[in-house]
Design a protein around this ligand. Structure first.
Ligand SMILES: Cc1cc2nc3c(=O)[nH]c(=O)nc-3n(C[C@H](O)[C@H](O)[C@H](O)COP(=O)(O)OP(=O)(O)OC[C@H]3O[C@@H](n4cnc5c(N)ncnc54)[C@H](O)[C@@H]3O)c2cc1C
Length: 493
């Protein structure tokens, strides 16, 4: 069997390993002592927290990995569809439930925000149309292979390009559709699902709301980290070797061909290399002697996050698994993140409480709060000062909306900021989703899933095509491995 070395055991690295294991000997190098990258967990006293992703969408992309291995996903992990996707709290006291049931959701928007049900349905139909046009080209194929443009599906999608609403921003599109600024804020928020700014990103990103409202949101019964555990177990069962605490230091290239990976302890010769490490890090550190595609590396990064993990000594029946406390001035919040590279005084706060479903994640009568705000990626800001200020404004907002004194209920705390995200996962600037999607050209300015200069070198993960977030990382692994396998004439499953 030919040998493939994968650098990084993020969710895409593990998915790529599973896809290749039938035909190749696969070794995954991971610098950390744990597998999963951003998809990780932390335990504080008797509280367990999913440390990274909290929203699970398009589970079929994960299930597919089990199917191609002839396994049933249910034997490895189980999940449920959420009847309430998220509960929204507006500063004026309005409360909105994003129900999974589409009729209930449309009714809720009509009743609470005064929109006409027809407008909401028309909006969702338009988002669905954009998804149908973009999915086969922008999500499921390499944008950088000539063959992509020869297929009928691609040609059809490109001919319908004018329908994908790429020439105005998401905010402009949403404002033209709805009368209530609160509805606009609600739908603008989907830009943050891939770390973008609704006031800059093309309205094409409205596909994200379609995915959530048409397909639903899900949650694993044992928490998000159980996904990483399940996929690792599957990979090991398929014979994948994981070397933890093993840092790749260099991709060795001879005659323009990747032939080995040098780690902190050995040099591993191989036939192919896949880097699941951030693309910036891959070029700057692992390929430092080679010319980098600067135009791609210089693209602005997605937002990062500041997260407080709080063990809370009480239960709040008024909160759901996912909760949003909106800011008063959304535009100001995004200007602070993307233009001023700081944090606004009034921010939108996301509170995720996995113990609502995974009871063992918190002691009896307690809850585990994951309290997150969007922040700029790290570019040397004074984070210690920003964290203190942000924490005060978060506490103020939560107290006002829940009529409580949250400080008194916090029994244990840990903080994750962009510096730490960068340090732990080598994500440039601690960006959560690689490059932002703030322009209509962003999709074309993500790095391809293969190297154009070095043969036998491939890339997967949130910093390359088609982008960040668990579903897109799954697709990046699929695209990268399908190109690799086609080289050896293997039929792709
Ligand atoms: C706080 C937070 C919240 C998020 N929320 C969501 C959400 O709700 N839903 C969603 O879908 N997505 C969410 N995301 C994004 C999602 O987590 C990522 O897009 C995805 O997990 C990235 O996976 P990846 O495969 O690109 O690898 P990463 O997770 O970035 O992992 C890369 C791995 O490579 C390793 N590595 C790097 N360099 C080397 C080296 N030289 N040698 C060996 N190993 C190396 C790193 O240690 C790491 O383990 C969130 C992310 C964060 C941080």
């Amino acid at each position: 069997m030919k040998k493939v070395v994968i650098i990084g055991a993020g969710i895409a690295g593990i998915a790529a390993a599973i896809r290749l294991a039938r035909n190749y000997r696969v070794i995954v190098l991971e610098k950390n002592s744990f597998l999963g990258g951003k998809l990780s967990e932390i335990c504080l006293q008797d509280f367990r927290f999913d440390a990274g992703p909290s929203l699970f969408t398009l589970p079929e992309l994960v299930e597919e990995l089990f199917e191609i291995c002839g396994e049933s996903a249910k034997d490895f992990f189980t999940y449920q569809k959420l009847p309430i996707i998220c509960k929204y709290f507006y500063p004026d006291g309005t409360i909105l439930f994003a129900y999974a049931n589409i009729e209930n959701f449309v009714d809720e928007i009509a009743q609470k925000l005064g929109e006409s049900p027809e407008d909401v349905k028309r909006f969702l139909q338009k988002a669905e149309r954009i998804y149908k046009i973009t999915k086969p080209v922008f999500l499921e194929k390499s944008l950088h292979q000539f063959s992509t443009y020869l297929s009928l599906t691609t040609l059809r999608s490109l001919l319908l390009g004018y329908e994908i609403d790429a020439f105005r921003t998401m905010h402009q599109a949403n404002k033209s559709m709805f009368r209530n600024p609160k509805t606009v804020q609600f739908f603008d928020r989907y830009a943050t699902y891939n770390g973008s700014n609704p006031y800059q990103a093309p309205a094409t990103l409205n596909v994200i709301s379609h995915l959530e409202h048409c397909y639903g949101a899900f949650f694993p019964h044992q928490g998000m980290y159980s996904l990483a555990i399940a996929l690792t177990k599957l990979a090991k069962k398929r014979g994948v070797e994981f070397l933890t605490q093993t840092e790749a230091q260099k991709i060795i290239v001879r005659n323009s061909r990747a032939i080995a990976v040098q780690t902190n302890s050995q040099t591993i010769e191989c036939d192919y290399v896949i880097s699941n490490a951030d693309i910036m890090f891959t070029y700057r550190k692992l390929l430092s002697e080679h010319k980098a595609p600067e135009h791609i590396l210089k693209q602005p990064r997605s937002s990062s996050a500041l997260i407080f993990y709080w063990g809370i000594n009480r239960q709040f029946s008024e909160l759901e698994l996912h909760n949003i406390f909106f800011s008063q001035d959304y535009q100001k919040e995004f200007e602070a993140i993307f233009q001023q590279k700081t944090i606004a005084d009034d921010v939108t706060v996301y509170v995720f409480i996995s113990s609502k479903i995974v009871f063992s994640d918190a002691p009896k009568d307690c809850e585990n709060w994951f309290v997150m705000i969007n922040v700029p990626p790290n570019s040397g800001q004074n984070w210690d000062e920003l964290i203190v200020r942000a924490r005060q404004s978060i506490v103020r907002k939560i107290n006002a909306i829940l009529n409580t004194d949250i400080e008194k209920l916090i029994v244990v705390e840990s903080v994750l900021d962009p510096r730490k995200i960068e340090e732990r996962t080598s994500s440039y600037g601690g960006a959560l989703y690689g490059n932002s999607s703030n322009t209509m050209f962003s999709a074309f300015l993500r790095h391809p899933n293969f190297s154009k200069k070095i043969s036998n070198l491939y890339f997967c993960g949130g910093s390359v095509h088609p982008g960040g977030g668990i579903p897109l990382c799954m697709l990046s692994a699929k695209i990268a491995t399908s190109i690799l396998m086609s080289k050896d004439g293997f039929k792709y499953l």
